[in-house]
Write a protein of this length. Structure first.
Length: 254
């Protein structure tokens, strides 16, 4: 599942190529909005909020969420388009294609933020508030830490990669209750730092070592030795599926 830094970077790419330009093509392949044609209008701005993305054009806003497999592909034409395309936007020689988007809808621009009003502070947003995030984190001290970190109502942007990595650097098992966190403010600060330093990277890094195969502490490393103590990394695929897989070091995380 794409994480907050991926969506932030996607918004930055779309903004770079589309903002201030006139759309020469708008092809929306979602039945409910298939008749909408925004060609001839100027793309005013592109912004992200947690894992949500908004393209504001005139009086409307194109709202998308990547969900599990979605992406936006932006390049000079042609960009390959197949049955997975949900929307095609063109501005002269630039083509942006939304592929396998989990959510795609057109909203009234004046009220588009209503769909993200439930989210906690955005880890990469101007509204980031560490105190509010820490309070949200500890609101239910008995909830499992991994469950809380993935709850976008607590703070927006953490996906499964960062969830597992944050559990490791906190020294806690993913199943540990939130009450086990001695310093919630430090944990949310680490979450912010992780996403912030990776916002321009396609290959995210949480260890500080950007060499291939050394970027992550535990995520995706089942059976491999812990980078700190050498103990094999354990893992569990919960009932929710592989996208919620848990990875941890049995020695470093207690």
């Amino acid at each position: 599942m794409p994480e907050g830094d991926t969506v932030w970077r996607t918004a930055a790419t779309l903004r770079q190529h589309l903002a201030g330009r006139i759309l020469t093509r708008c092809d929306i392949r979602v039945p409910r909005f298939a008749t909408a044609d925004l060609s001839g209008q100027v793309v005013d701005e592109v912004l992200s909020r947690g894992k949500h993305l908004f393209i504001r054009i005139g009086e409307v806003s194109i709202h998308s969420h990547l969900k599990m497999d979605g992406s936006w592909r932006v390049a000079n034409r042609p960009v390959r388009v197949d049955h997975r395309a949900r929307i095609i936007l063109e501005a002269s020689d630039i083509r942006a294609v939304g592929v396998d988007l989990g959510v795609l809808e057109i909203l009234d621009r004046d009220h588009d933020v209503v769909v993200v009003a439930h989210l906690g502070p955005d880890l990469l947003g101007e509204d980031w508030d560490a105190a509010v995030a820490a309070a949200n984190l500890t609101a239910d001290p008995d909830r499992p830490l991994a469950e809380v970190l993935l709850d976008q109502r607590v703070m927006a942007g953490v996906g499964n990669v960062y969830c597992n990595e944050l559990c490791f650097v906190s020294g806690q098992l993913p199943s540990a209750p939130v009450s086990a966190i001695a310093d919630p403010h430090r944990l949310v600060a680490r979450a912010r730092d992780m996403l912030w330093v990776n916002r321009f990277r396609w290959n995210r890094c949480t260890t500080g070592d950007t060499r291939a195969g050394r970027q992550l502490w535990v995520y995706g490393r089942a059976g491999q030795g812990c980078r700190r103590c050498g103990t094999p990394i354990d893992y569990l695929i919960p009932r929710g599926g592989a996208e919620r897989a848990r990875y941890w070091c049995p020695a470093c995380q207690r």
